[in-house]
Design a protein around this ligand. Structure first.
Ligand code: PAF
Length: 276
């Protein structure tokens, strides 16, 4: 695996690969890699000739300075994990990514006004900025993103469409622990008790799924039941950020029973102690 910290040398190398007729697959990350990232890389390796991973903790997408400070960073461990899983690591400094302060902001209308967008002001504008930069630097044929960050996937698909990037966005399934907890870089911050308690998120997703599949409760009633469950969970330091049921067609919040055949997603974000 080759490691590049400079945009110029990364581009020289990738242009060479393209001249040889090789396709480029790209997995952007913020590091603290886990099985979810490795599964994205595995798919990227299958679908492209040269796999690039980037590690950059993007300050622009954090609205909470404490969250940025505490975001796990473990570059040596990450490099070791990546050795057999990709061809190129792009690991730029903050100066390399942001030589000057960004003035551009993005507005994705209803896509970033709900859920993550409502809870984390400016988050998606920061994501769109860094993803745009990375797509310019890497110029991948395909870029791979995890469905765990479903709203991010919708935003990035919109970004790529609106700005005509020549990259196909591939959304890959969420990878879960055996007890259902979605794999996430922030999970390393959970102590043993938090980790056990965190499975309540998955359990409530399943409860909501069962209620919806029975077609007896409309989404608002399901939401009420889940909010009640989370009120109980406050005793064990779990605080719900949001629960929503969205239509996968247009990413709008569903308030009526899904019509047969409607593809929906059930979304939860919560804090376990102070870990989101
Ligand atoms: O999903 C992430 O890890 C980040 O939001 C991304 C896409 C790498 C942009 O910083």
């Amino acid at each position: 695996m080759l490691i590049f910290q400079k945009i110029s040398t990364l581009r020289l190398y990738l242009n060479e690969q393209r001249r040889k007729g090789l396709s480029i697959g790209f997995v952007p990350t913020m590091g603290a890699l886990h099985q979810g990232h490795l599964s994205l890389l595995e798919t990227a390796q299958k679908e492209s000739d040269c796999t690039v991973c980037s590690i950059f903790v993007n300050p622009n997408q954090f609205n909470n300075p404490d969250d940025l400070l505490k975001y796990p960073r473990m570059i040596e461990k990450d490099v070791n994990l990546l050795k057999n899983n990709c061809d190129v690591l792009f690991y730029p400094s903050e100066k390399e990514m942001y030589p000057q302060q960004v003035v551009l902001t993005f507005d994705f209308k209803h896509l970033d006004q709900i859920m993550e967008g409502a809870s984390r002001q400016g988050h998606f504008s920061g994501v769109a900025t860094v993803v745009s930069k990375l797509l310019h630097f890497v110029e991948p044929d395909i870029a791979f993103f995890g469905q765990k960050d479903l709203q991010q996937c919708f935003i990035i698909q919109q970004l790529v469409k609106d700005l005509s990037f020549f990259t196909t966005i591939r959304v890959c399934p969420t990878i879960r622990e055996t007890d259902g907890l979605a794999m996430s870089s922030r999970n390393v911050r959970l102590n043993d008790i938090d980790r056990k308690n965190a499975t309540n998120l998955y359990q409530n997703l399943k409860i909501a799924q069962n209620l919806i599949q029975k077609q007896e409760n409309n989404p608002l009633e399901v939401k009420k039941i889940i909010l009640q469950n989370f009120q109980e969970l406050e005793k064990i330091n779990i605080r719900l950020d949001y629960f929503e049921i969205v239509d996968m067609e247009d990413f709008k919040i569903l308030s009526d029973l899904p019509i047969h055949g409607t593809f929906i997603a059930i979304c939860i974000a919560a804090y376990v102690r102070d870990i989101r």
